[in-house]
Ligand binder design. Structure first.
Ligand code: NAD
Length: 325
């Protein structure tokens, strides 16, 4: 097939994960051919099972910490491969550091060789425990380089640094997305993140476990919005960093109340000690994304949590996933 009528191809590293699988779906829906590359360490073949019948979808089981051989050209690279939930990266500290360092360089080399545009999935965690609120992209962050969370935060900070260096050194067409807390269907019930933990506890009518006093804030973005933001960034000329998140900031206790109400249970809370280096406040400043990408979240927290709860309910009743927390 000639270049002119070749269907445009997007590589999604980490495509069998939570965000990656939704991104693959949304790219296919927009007419892209999608190569999903994943080592299935924290993701699951089940997340992309429904896509394997689509002719424009290809799954490659591989590790980004090894040099990447696709055997075909790609026009876009979305680099998402990395353990992402605190439970996963604390269990996989060295794998997390390597995915952010070696893995990002391999993705950059591939993008450079293909003259593809690369979007790095970075994180709000690069801001650490911020003194500035909400966080604009210009805020350099306050990260503890030797704390337990540093394996993730510093891996992503390095990933941003090498992405910026490839852009300066080789002219690689890169963009950096700083993703804030994203939730939705296909999160693992046991991944330790706020939304699946509370939803699973609600469905089992158990007390909600809250670390600290619950006044710490989070801003939750529904996964379809995050995936659309990543695509909008890829198709723009912006190189970022660009915050992608929902600025609708709520306290952890407010989120717990909302999930309990949606599930139709009375809220009972089991307060636990505060986690080390857990940010007190988290809220994106999304003015850059609004201005440059014409993007902003469209799914309300109530709507998104309702959809997510419904998905977990169906999974639990199908008995298909382990719902123990
Ligand atoms: P996830 O764990 O569901 O997905 C990560 C995927 O990467 C998994 O499928 C995993 O198997 C794969 N992977 C990990 N190491 C790999 C390696 N060495 N080689 C190949 N594949 C590998 O997590 P997620 O929530 O979907 O996060 C996806 C990306 O978005 C991550 O880079 C994460 O840092 C970033 N992010 C997510 C959030 C969020 O709230 N979900 C917030 C900020 C940033």
């Amino acid at each position: 097939m000639g270049v002119l009528n070749r269907r445009r191809t997007a590589l999604v590293t980490g495509g069998a994960g939570f965000v990656g699988s939704h991104l693959c779906e949304r790219l296919l829906a927009r007419g892209w051919r999608v190569v999903c590359l994943d080592n299935l360490s924290t993701g699951s073949a089940r997340n992309i099972e429904h896509l394997t019948v689509v002719p424009e979808f290809r799954f490659v089981e591989a590790d980004v910490t090894e040099p990447l051989e696709l055997g075909e050209r790609t026009d876009l690279v979305f680099h998402l491969a990395s353990p992402a939930s605190p439970r996963d990266y604390l269990r996989l500290p060295l794998e997390t550091l390597r995915a952010g360092s070696l893995g990002t360089e391999h993705a950059l080399r591939l993008a450079t060789a293909c003259d593809a545009r690369l979007v790095l999935a970075s994180t709000s965690e690069v801001y650490g425990d911020p003194e500035v609120h909400p966080q604009p992209e210009s805020y350099p962050g306050r990260v503890n380089p030797v704390g337990p969370r540093s394996v993730y935060d510093e891996a992503k900070r390095y990933a941003e640094a090498i992405t910026a260096a490839y852009r300066r050194e080789f002219g690689t067409r890169t963009a950096i997305a700083r993703i804030f807390n994203t939730y939705g269907p296909r999160m693992r019930a046991d991944d330790g993140r706020l939304v699946p933990t509370f939803i699973t506890q609600a469905l089992r009518d158990r007390p909600f476990t809250v670390n600290g006093n619950g006044t710490q804030t989070r801003s939750l973005c529904y996964v379809d919005d995050t995936a659309d933001g990543l695509i909008a960034l890829a198709l723009s000329d912006a190189h970022g960093p660009v915050n992608l998140g929902n600025p609708d900031e709520r306290s952890v206790l407010e989120i717990a109340e909302l999930i309990a109400a949606l599930a139709g249970v009375d809220l009972r809370v089991d307060f636990r000690p505060e986690l080390q280096d857990d940010p007190r406040q988290r809220c994106p400043d999304v003015r850059t994304a609004r201005g440059l990408l014409r993007w902003e979240p469209v799914v309300s927290v109530e709507e998104g949590l309702g959809r997510t709860l419904e998905w977990f309910r169906e999974e639990a009743s199908a008995g298909a996933r382990d719902v123990s927390v």
